[in-house]
Design a protein around this ligand. Structure first.
Ligand code: SF4
Ligand code: SF4
Length: 152
């Protein structure tokens, strides 16, 4: 009986306190700026240097590109296998043009593991949604002469 009263006391003591839980997913937490969610990818900034794929500890990035008639590199395919990505941020750290960044998107529940192999089209659509949500975080493409950087 004494235990019951003590437990009731603890419960009643919590009632006036501020709630720390949220009604997720209807209410989303405020994620910190440095939250590591799935990647943002901005193809116009990518110079196909392959550094992100080379540094990736789990080999989950595969990409390909080609040169145009002016010898400038253009990305053609960019795939990330989120089944094995550990969201370590190394690819973001190493990217010289900020073509790959981290977002606050993390809801990737799918029915098949194969659906976690996401391609450039998915990443671009995800980036569009991100920029709609955070217009002030859209890349300033005019500030970087990407084509010049890709010249080699
Ligand atoms: S976050 Fe880490 S594991 Fe994921 S793609 Fe980038 S380097 Fe690879
Ligand atoms: S490191 Fe950046 S610029 Fe280089 S291939 Fe990866 S995303 Fe593109």
């Amino acid at each position: 009986m004494l235990g019951f009263v003590k437990g009731l006391g603890v419960t009643l003591g919590q009632l006036p306190k501020k709630k720390v839980t949220l009604e997720y997913p209807d209410v989303q937490p405020e994620w910190p700026d440095r939250f590591r969610g799935v990647h943002r990818f901005i193809p116009d900034l990518c110079i196909v240097c392959n550094q992100c794929a080379r540094i990736c500890p789990t080999d989950c990035i595969t990409l390909s590109g080609s040169r145009d008639e002016n010898r400038k590199m253009h990305i053609e395919t960019f795939d990330i296998n989120f089944e094995i990505c550990i969201l370590c941020d190394l690819c973001v750290e190493v990217c010289p043009t900020d073509a790959i960044l981290m977002s606050d998107t993390f809801e990737l529940a799918v029915e098949s593991r194969n659906h976690l192999k996401l391609d450039m089209q998915w990443l671009v659509e995800s980036e569009e949604e991100y920029e709609e949500k955070y217009p002030d975080r859209a890349p300033k493409l005019e500030a970087v002469d990407v084509a010049e950087k890709g010249e080699g």
